[in-house]
Structures are given as structure tokens and as C-alpha cells.
Design a binder for this molecule. Structure first.
Ligand SMILES: [Zn+2]
Length: 120
């Protein structure tokens, strides 16, 4: 991969990480506000919905944040752009679209068609 492209993707990754960190902070503040004081009964349902929405958003964002941090680490050690599953190179087109993608398109598709079943 060209150094210029790596540099560009590194910039995209860091910008996205900043964005996520800011949005994560905002949703935490919203959740804290909802914990304070009694709510009007009429408002409770929508407030709860908002709270759940914020929580699920944070979870999704946290996952993305983790992938971004991993990708930045790999950039750092010069191991960026390989698929974690099969070791093949991830295409530039895919990395331009999703710079934090840990898997090549084939492995990603396999993963999505066979959903992981979690049981205790
Ligand atoms: Zn792969």
C-alpha cells in the first residue's frame, strides 16, 4: 500500500475516533441527566426510549471505536491492511470505504451469513 494512502487513512481513522469519543461523551451525559430527579409520567416512555437508544448507540459506537483503535495500532506497527481471518490483503477500495475494517470482504460476508450464537 502506498505511504500516501496509509497517511490519508490514518487521518480518517483519527478524525472518526475523535468524533466517536465526542458523541460517546454526549450520550453519557444524557444518560446521567435521565438519572436525576423524578420524571413526569407522560414523559417516562419517551425518556426511556431515548435512554435505550443512547445506550445501544454507545455500544455500537464502542465497537467501532475498538476497531478504529486496532486499525491505528496496526498502522503504527506497519501491519495495516491485512485480513485478520485469512491474512489476505484487504482491497484499497474497501479500506477507503471502511478504513477500520479488520476483515476482507470474503471473510466479512462469511461472518455475516453465519451469525454467532452466544450461550452461557
Ligand atoms: Zn479474509
Amino acid at each position: 500500500m502506498r505511504a500516501a494512502l496509509k497517511k490519508k487513512l490514518g487521518r480518517v481513522l483519527r478524525a472518526r475516533r475523535r468524533e466517536l469519543a465526542a458523541s460517546f461523551k454526549r450520550s453519557q451525559e444524557t444518560n446521567r441527566r435521565l438519572d436525576d430527579g423524578p420524571l413526569d409520567l407522560a414523559d417516562t416512555a419517551s425518556e426511556l426510549y431515548t435512554q435505550e437508544f443512547n445506550l445501544s448507540l454507545s455500544e455500537k459506537e464502542l465497537e467501532e471505536l475498538k476497531l478504529i483503535t486496532d486499525a491505528l495500532d496496526r498502522l503504527e506497527i506497519g501491519d495495516y491492511g491485512g485480513c485478520e481471518e485469512c491474512g489476505e490483503k484487504i482491497t484499497e477500495a474497501r479500506l477507503k470505504a471502511i478504513p477500520w475494517a479488520p476483515l476482507c470482504i470474503d471473510c466479512q460476508e462469511k461472518k455475516e451469513t453465519v451469525p454467532a450464537i452466544q450461550s452461557d
